[in-house]
Design a protein around this ligand. Structure first.
Ligand code: SF4
Length: 381
């Protein structure tokens, strides 16, 4: 199993909470970037031991800003260099107001079969405060167009937004879950330094949700998704049966992936590589016709692999498969993990499930304090 990630760092405008690198550059830069992505795919075809792609993910930024031509070039290159598995999941992240009837027709000529839309809220006044360029009506229209064509649809929401109380969050959940979607991701708002929203917080123009409210919102999320038939399969992710994000799941289950584009990470099981994060830096260091490819690389030590296995495994509702953990890291590592887990098992924050094989996983109570539990289990060098 292998996955391919293509990073598209373009946005039409900047959301006030976002600290990801993205650029507002226009068409000529997009064209140059697309060409460089294709070159990077050429140079790195051999990175994956298995050239059959089971998942492809175009993330950003806003990949739905790519023109038909640019999408065509990317997919033509990808299909020439790799084999796309027959049931491959191919996701495109989209802004709801890019999903027009014309855009959906254009997508029909590509292998894209899953759309992940950043919705964040169904309250237009909140969308304005956080600087989103779409409105709730755009989401309804987009979901309608996509579901008519049978796309696998995922929405992203954010909770703890400025001015949002538990009732407003429940309204957002009700509206999202009333739509014919297959997947929902929800994240707590984080006020990142350097963002306009962080400045508004410092100036006292907005107020951060307190811990109690955030916890109540997270509980409401889990309950409402469960009632609507979306199973929680990861801390922030919920899906109808069989509709979990196969691409994101592969990050948590140790599957190798190749990431191309500015700031994209790759993983081969033993090391992690990442490209320069800024647009110019990426264009400068990639696309050498000699096939040279520059990226940072870090070899994973045993303790890094141990910590990663814990962090990734406990994020999922299945948990850490102890057989797999033992096979990969050894009997001693497995014993050490179980010993450090004991206090949390006794407090019912972790549990051992035995079906079909032994897994160590967070209980529902443990989900709310997952960060603390995960770091407690880490090895420190
Ligand atoms: S569209 Fe996404 S990447 Fe672009 S500014 Fe908004 S949150 Fe950030």
């Amino acid at each position: 199993m292998s996955g391919l990630y293509l990073h598209i760092p373009f946005c039409k405008s900047r959301c006030h909470y976002c600290n990801f690198f993205s650029t507002l550059l226009a068409a000529p830069q997009r064209k140059a970037y697309t060409r460089t992505l294709c070159l990077e795919m050429e140079h790195r075809t051999g990175y994956l031991a298995d050239s059959v792609l089971h998942t492809v993910y175009l993330g950003g930024g806003t990949p739905s800003l790519l023109s038909a031509d640019e999408l065509g070039q990317l997919f033509a290159t990808m299909e020439r260099l790799f084999h796309l598995a027959p049931q491959a999941e191919v996701t495109l992240e989209a802004n709801p107001n890019d999903i027009t009837a014309d855009y959906v027709s254009l997508l029909a000529d590509t292998p894209v079969n899953r759309i992940s839309m950043g919705v964040q809220s169904f309250h237009d006044d909140t969308l304005r405060i956080i600087g989103r360029r779409h409105r709730a009506a755009d989401v309804h229209r987009a979901v309608d167009l996509l579901s008519q064509r049978g796309y696998n649809i995922s929405l992203d929401l954010i909770y703890g937004l400025p001015g949002q109380d538990l009732r407003a969050w429940s309204d957002d959940l009700r509206e999202a879950l009333s739509l014919p979607i297959h997947h929902l991701s929800a994240y707590a708002l984080s006020y990142e330094e350097g963002t306009p929203l962080h400045r508004m917080l410092e100036q006292g123009l907005v107020k951060e949700a307190d811990d109690e409210t955030s916890l109540a919102m997270y509980e409401r999320l889990i309950d409402r998704c469960e009632q609507a038939g979306l199973q929680q399969y990861e801390i922030s992710n919920f899906a109808r049966p069989g509709r979990h994000s196969r691409h994101n799941s592969s990050y948590w289950t140790d599957t190798p992936y190749l990431g191309v584009g500015a700031g994209a990470h790759s993983y081969d099981g033993d090391s992690r590589q990442w490209n320069p994060g800024d647009f110019e830096g990426y264009l400068r260091t990639q696309g050498d016709v000699e096939g040279h490819h520059f990226c940072e690389k870090e070899l994973l030590t045993d303790s890094m692999k141990y910590n990663e296995a814990i962090m990734k495994g406990l994020r999922t509702r299945t948990g850490i498969c102890l057989d797999h953990f033992r096979l990969r890291l050894g009997e001693e590592a497995c014993r050490r993990l179980l010993a450090s887990a004991r206090p949390h098992l006794e407090r019912h924050l972790l549990e051992l499930s035995r079906d079909p094989a032994a897994h160590l996983r967070l209980t529902r109570k443990g989900l709310f304090v997952s960060d603390g539990i995960i770091s407690d289990l880490f090895l420190t060098d």
